[in-house]
Design a protein around this ligand. Structure first.
Ligand code: SF4
Length: 340
């Protein structure tokens, strides 16, 4: 099931713009500049639909075809060019699927794929071709995953992933996390989500109530690539999470035309820190089919991170990392620590 095919009752999303809405809205350049009127772009949108929630859409300069937020979400004919080495499943994630919904790749932690749905469709997403067919639909179907976690006493951390795990209702999240917390050796819950910034209304009282009531230490890893994504509402949502005592980290993907400059990355780190979010990872692009036009090579990436180190204290510089299938951890290309 593709992310958009899985939309459930999420009133906070307030009708994310889907492709036809976008045409109707008359938003340029989508309707007038021709990106989606271009046959190639339409074909790309058929393979992985256009989806952007209203708050993220409001931060886009729709008159600017090079807008860094627009580039992340707009289908492009460039997606049809698939160089050698780019595949539908670049991280071979299904190889590490132990029972439905549970990926165990690294020691000490497991990742639960809670949903295939997302509030936004990022064109560079390494899961963009994923069918998400393994994901449990009912709470009872999580039993094998819970038993798997219970058997491995070395597991200290469970990661809620997806799609975007915050597409699930708070009641479902609370029930599943309570069952995980009941397994004594799990101490930490990590949630990977783009929701607080791209659809900040999701950070409501009921979500905060759940997050603060679990007895696991809770981290939220947001996903922001450019400082312009941190609008007023998103920053307020981050403030609510930080005030509730949630540790906030950010991971970005290094994307050509979006954030491949020291100035942009510096501004991003500064804005994240202002909002009590620590820059955590800067990922090299995973070679997923359809995303090659975003690729920034490793040597340029290293130069960018060095440029950041020359300007910022060590804690403000994200780790440059690359996922390599088969490794027991991400390959960190540059450490986070600086002497500054
Ligand atoms: S990058 Fe995250 S939010 Fe974007 S489409 Fe992929 S899973 Fe969804």
């Amino acid at each position: 099931m593709k992310p958009s095919d899985h939309s459930n009752a999420n009133s906070h999303l307030n009708h994310p713009l889907a492709e036809p809405d976008c045409f109707k809205s008359g938003l340029s350049p989508v309707s007038s500049g021709g990106q989606l009127t271009d046959t190639g772009a339409l074909k790309a949108a058929q393979a992985f639909s256009f989806r952007v929630p209203p708050v993220f859409a409001s931060l886009i300069d729709w008159q600017n075809a090079d807008d860094p937020l627009l580039l992340q979400v707009i289908p492009s004919a460039k997606e049809l060019i698939i160089p050698e080495g780019y595949t539908q499943n670049p991280l071979d994630e299904h190889h590490y699927l132990r029972v439905p919904g549970l990926v165990a790749k690294y020691p000490g932690r497991v990742l639960l794929r809670l949903t295939g749905a997302c509030p936004i469709h990022c064109r560079y997403c390494f899961r963009r071709h994923d069918s998400f067919g393994d994901i449990p639909k009912e709470m009872g179907e999580w039993q094998p995953a819970l038993e798997w976690i219970a058997r491995d006493t070395a597991i200290r951390e469970v990661i809620f992933s997806g799609g975007d795990p915050l597409m699930l209702a708070n009641g479902q999240l609370a029930e599943l996390s309570a069952r995980i917390a009941a397994i004594g050796h799990v101490r930490r819950l990590r949630i990977h989500t783009r929701m607080p910034v791209c659809s900040p209304g999701r950070v409501n009282d009921s979500l905060l109530e759940w997050l603060t009531s679990t007895n696991m230490l809770t981290f939220i890893v947001i996903h922001v690539n450019h400082p312009a994504e941190l609008g007023r509402e998103g920053c307020a949502a981050l403030g609510r999470l930080a005030d509730a005592g949630i540790t906030l980290l950010n991971q970005s993907v290094l994307l050509k035309g979006v954030n491949d400059s020291v100035d942009v990355l510096e501004a991003l780190s500064e804005k994240l820190l202002q909002n009590r979010v620590l820059p955590y990872y800067l990922h090299l692009l995973d070679p997923v089919a359809g995303a090659a036009h975003f690729y920034v090579d490793e040597s340029h990436a290293r130069q960018l991170v060095q440029g950041l180190r020359d300007r910022l204290g060590g804690y403000a510089v994200p780790r440059l990392a690359r996922e390599i299938p088969g490794r027991l951890s991400k390959k960190v290309l540059e450490g986070i620590h600086n002497t500054g």
